[in-house]
Design a protein around this ligand. Structure first.
Ligand code: ARG
Length: 458
């Protein structure tokens, strides 16, 4: 018989069990369910709602169930519908009547809200740790390749030379913001929902703050209707995971481009790339592609839960059972992605010479030629036009800007002097960009040092 079977005269249809049940996926919250129930039973006993002896039996039974699950002996039966009822039913089997008192002053609606919050707190902390390791990987890669210059792009057209480390540290900034988002959202996860009952609270003299303290929550939710129907915190976590994933996907995309024969800026380690079953010469960036691809399912999970929630009247509706598979999938996906992405990144070889080829052939110092004239008093707009003409001249004569003679420069403007070649050397173009947050070596060193000291503290 079902735990709620009293009102029913017939067995549930077999197909309904499959459709209605959530045990196949919510069983991963078994530990949270058990710990939550132990805290609840302690509170019931402290408030004299159940006897001390009953509480001891309940706690003993629940701990036995924990062992059974961890030892692989516990039977997850779809007939029990969800993890909450499976555990409660087993408890009654083990300890008898006392077990039947556990659900006093509680509903599955506030119970599931508790379990999922506890589970997400745990997983959010794990993701935080993995994100921290990726941040370390980025800083390490930036530090190791400090002098390496690469072409910087806008519109994927060569724009200005930058330090490769500056590029890595740009991603550090993105992921650092994601870390801040995770930490901030944790505050909203960390609110204890048990005691909201089915929707309206309870007539028992419960002590919600005691349960919160038992389970390590700093505060309790304030409105019972909101408590059982709120899934904001799931959406928020899925959004943050989406953001992390989007950021990884951008760098993955760059790594895919950089590892083409056309670019050859980087070579992926053999352990983090794959071959082709037909083309023997191939070394494919499958990992980076999968990271980019998995972003799709994570965004899908976010859209899924947003859509589930958008039309729900207060308070609990069974629709919210659909909150779990998506966020579980996003969590599983982001955890493995973060680990593998970091490894791929730190083992990647940087081909400095090929980056230099890209720099030498793209008039990438044209802005600096214009700045040279502007610093001598010419309006920048005017300087821009002159250098545009210089570039055309170079293209016609198949020369680089750095290969022009002073006489050729002077043919375009008399302000050019013999320091022009030094002033537009690639090193000067990079290191001259000393403005705060720019690509100059000093600025990048500051970024790296700040990051290192942040990571040491966190
Ligand atoms: N399995 C359910 C869920 O995940 C638990 C809550 C069920 N509550 C109910 N009144 N049917 O949401």
């Amino acid at each position: 018989m079902k735990l709620w079977g009293g009102r029913f005269n017939k067995e549930t249809a077999k197909i309904l069990e499959e459709f209605n049940g959530s045990i196949n996926f919510d069983k991963r919250m078994y530990e949270e369910d058990i710990m939550g129930s132990i805290a609840h039973s302690k509170m019931l006993s402290k408030q004299d709602i159940i006897g001390k002896d009953e509480q001891i039996k309940i706690e003993g039974g629940l701990l036995q169930i924990l062992k059974e699950v961890e030892g692989g002996e516990f039977i997850f039966d779809l007939k029990d519908e969800d993890i909450h009822m499976a555990i409660e039913k087993r408890l009654i089997e083990i300890v008898g009547e006392a077990g039947g008192k556990l659900h006093t002053a509680r509903s599955r609606n506030d119970q599931v809200a508790l379990d999922i919050r506890m589970y997400l707190k745990k997983e959010s902390t794990v993701i935080e740790g993995l994100l921290g390791e990726l941040l370390e990987g980025l800083v390490e890669t930036a530090h190791k390749n400090k002098g390496v210059i690469m072409p910087g792009y806008t519109h994927l057209q060569r724009a200005q030379p930058i330090l490769f480390s500056h590029h890595m540290m740009a991603y550090y900034e993105m992921f650092k913001r994601d870390l801040d988002r995770l930490k901030d959202s944790y505050k909203r996860l960390d609110v204890m929902p048990l005691g909201a009952g089915a929707l309206a609270g309870t007539t028992y003299n419960i002590d919600r703050h005691f349960v919160a303290a038992e389970l390590g929550f700093p505060e309790v939710t304030k409105n019972s209707l909101d408590t059982v129907s709120d899934r904001d915190f799931i959406i928020e976590l899925n959004f943050i995971i989406s953001m992390i994933s989007m950021h990884m996907s951008r760098l993955a995309e760059e790594i895919i481009i950089w590892s083409t024969s056309e670019f050859s800026f980087v070579s992926l380690d053999d352990a983090y790339s794959t071959g082709s079953s037909i083309m023997p010469q191939k070394k494919n960036p499958d990992i980076a592609e999968l990271i980019r691809g998995k972003t799709g399912r994570i965004f899908g999970n976010l859209m899924g839960i947003l859509t589930v929630m958008k039309g729900l009247p207060l308070a609990y509706n069974k629709d919210t059972q659909e909150d779990k598979e998506g966020i579980f999938d996003s969590i599983d996906t982001i955890k493995i992605s973060l680990v593998i992405f970091k490894e791929m990144l730190v083992t990647m070889k940087i081909n400095e010479k090929n980056m230099m080829v890209g720099i030498e052939n793209g008039f990438i110092n044209a802005t600096d030629v214009a700045d040279y004239l502007a610093k001598k008093g010419l309006p920048f707009r005017e300087a821009h036009r002159i250098v545009g003409e210089l570039v055309v001249y170079c293209e016609v004569n198949k020369k680089r800007l750095s290969e022009l003679t002073l006489k050729e420069f002077k043919g375009f403007n008399d302000l050019f002097e013999d320091d022009i070649n030094r002033k537009i050397s690639i090193e000067e173009c990079v290191n001259g960009r000393k403005s705060y947050g720019g690509t100059g070596l000093e600025s990048v060193e500051t970024q790296i040092e700040d990051a290192q000291s942040f990571l040491k503290k966190n």
